[in-house]
Write a protein that binds this ligand. Structure first.
Ligand SMILES: [Zn+2]
Length: 64
């Protein structure tokens, strides 16, 4: 069920407006913001993974 991210009031799945009928929150903006945050978190996790992998790789020649 779609909910308003601000006031958490239920929204009809058939309501395609861009503002919450109850509190007037901009639904598009909230959704967009949330998605951006999720993408940023995903990117950070990916970066972390890459860094860990790079550290494991034997780039340097062994010097004895
Ligand atoms: Zn609302």
């Amino acid at each position: 069920m779609r909910k308003c991210p601000k006031c958490e009031k239920r929204l009809s799945p058939f309501y395609f407006g861009t503002a919450c009928k109850n509190c007037g929150a901009d639904l598009l903006y909230y959704h967009f913001d949330e998605r951006l945050e999720r993408d940023a978190a995903k990117a950070a996790a990916q970066e972390e993974k890459v860094q860990r992998l790079l550290r494991k790789l034997p780039f340097r020649k062994r010097e004895e």
